[in-house]
Write a protein that binds this ligand. Structure first.
Ligand code: ADP
Length: 301
């Protein structure tokens, strides 16, 4: 990494936003991310967090910048402040606030914070979706605006992942059964009409922690307006959130009693995405989920 050239570029962009210039003293690589190379930058004033990736990942980092800004503007959950995003001939990067992260903190408060974000009142006419396509891992997440959640979840969440699965070697039957499932989606929404909440969108435990005061922090979001149950379902899929987290959430914004019936439906999106990102046993898991969901919708009809 040519740190001198990079800091010059960063400072040009910072000055365009009337933000103070930085002087990088040292940079330490940080482990833990799925996708990017990350660094803690030490400057005379404070530390910064720099995410880097090959140049063609610039749209992923730009989308993350927009997502973090949207969450900050909600004044609900804490996430790092994004500063500037750019790219040179080889590398794309996103500069944000550095937060000293730990796994120790108030998990009930983490649940309450998430519930505050989900509960924030938008106009009743807030549609589902987002103003641009963004990314779930490295995969594109399609986001048009829609007033119909069931249509949105079928056409913009499940269907693109099913299509991608065909390019990644999944059997045709997965696609065919998945399409059948999309046709049956109204079954899960007979007495439930979700509102459009601002979502984190990629809520596994690796994307949340606590700061040095034990306060909850969320990062690496894939925001959109959607059914809040999707964030909860993902948090349960990979684990790592305690019972206190869910109690804290329920205290502020109790879930609909039908949530357990929709949990697998919402987890399926992330399982398909994980198959499309990593392959392997996620295929069998997706097949089992689709089979089970099709079964549920016929048993009770
Ligand atoms: P990736 O997009 O590659 O998955 P993440 O955003 O998850 O990268 O970040 C990688 C790791 O860096 C995280 O697991 C977390 O421990 C740490 N991290 C993320 N954001 C910050 C930040 N703003 N300040 C300090 N550490 C961070």
């Amino acid at each position: 990494m040519n740190w001198q050239a990079l800091s010059k570029h960063i400072n040009t962009l910072l000055s365009e936003k009337n933000l103070p210039a930085i002087q990088i003293l040292t940079a330490h690589a940080i482990q833990g991310g799925d996708t990017h190379q990350a660094y803690q930058l030490h400057t005379p004033d404070k530390n910064y967090f720099l995410k880097c990736a090959p140049k063609h990942h610039l749209p992923i980092l730009q989308a993350e910048h927009h997502n973090l800004t949207a969450i900050q503007n909600s004044y609900t959950i804490t996430c790092p402040t994004p500063y500037v995003t750019g790219a040179d001939n080889s590398t794309a990067w996103l500069l944000m606030e550095f937060i000293s992260l730990t796994q120790q903190g108030d998990d009930a408060q983490r649940g309450r914070d998430l519930a505050f974000m989900h509960h924030q009142i938008h106009s009743n006419s807030q549609p589902f979706g987002w103003f641009e396509d963004n990314f779930i891992g490295q995969n594109r997440q399609s986001n048009q605006w829609s007033n119909d959640w069931v249509q949105f979840y079928g056409q913009h969440r499940l269907q693109p992942q099913l299509e991608m699965s065909q390019l990644n070697g999944a059997p045709k039957s997965l696609y065919q059964k998945g399409i059948q499932l999309i046709e049956r989606l109204p079954f899960w929404f007979q007495t439930y009409q979700p509102k459009a909440s601002l979502l984190h969108g990629d809520l596994w435990s690796g994307n949340s922690a606590f700061n040095s005061e034990g306060e909850p922090v969320f990062f690496d979001p894939a925001c959109y307006y959607g059914d809040r149950e999707t964030d909860l379902a993902m948090s349960e899929l990979f684990g790592g959130f305690s019972q206190q987290f869910y109690s804290g959430y329920q205290e502020i914004f109790p879930l609909d009693s039908g949530y357990p019936n929709r949990k697998k439906l919402y987890q399926l999106y992330h399982i398909l995405n994980h198959f499309n990102l990593f392959g392997g046993a996620y295929l069998q898991q997706a097949e089992q989920y689709i089979q089970q969901l099709l079964q549920d919708s016929t048993d009770t009809q």
